[in-house]
Design a protein around this ligand. Structure first.
Ligand code: AMP
Length: 109
């Protein structure tokens, strides 16, 4: 079964899309934990980092590159936190790998 993020990528369900390229889509998180809370999502549906094959690690670079682009283009996002929850115990709830891009507030914890 398709993940909710694949359904967003395929425009089957709506989302606020902030950026997109061949490999990545960026959407606003529906339940933001910071003034700016974006999800950087590889279009390829991979469950978690543990499931990456050798051919998938380029996506990590694509995520970092997109984070840099967002920091330069989204007002207030010059400094940011990038977080990946990989596995249920780590807090992952959507099993389609993604990075949380959090910004716009002091984050000290
Ligand atoms: P995680 O717990 O790391 O798997 O994060 C999943 C994130 O996806 C959570 O922060 C949710 O708020 C977010 N989320 C779930 N469904 C949607 C949706 N339809 N549109 C935008 N964000 C979503």
């Amino acid at each position: 079964m398709k993940s909710i993020f694949s359904k967003i990528i395929d425009r089957e369900i709506p989302a606020e899309i902030v950026a997109e390229n061949e490999q990545i889509i960026v959407i606003k998180d529906i339940n933001p934990k910071a003034p700016i809370h974006l999800l950087i999502i590889p279009k390829k549906e991979i469950r978690d980092i543990q499931s990456f094959g050798p051919e998938d690690f380029g996506l990590a670079a694509a995520i970092f590159q997109m984070a840099q682009e967002l920091s330069r283009t989204v007002p207030g996002a010059e400094e940011f936190r990038l977080q990946v929850n990989s596995g249920h115990k780590a807090g992952q709830r959507v099993f389609h790998v993604h990075a949380h891009f959090l910004a716009g507030a002091e984050m000290c914890d």
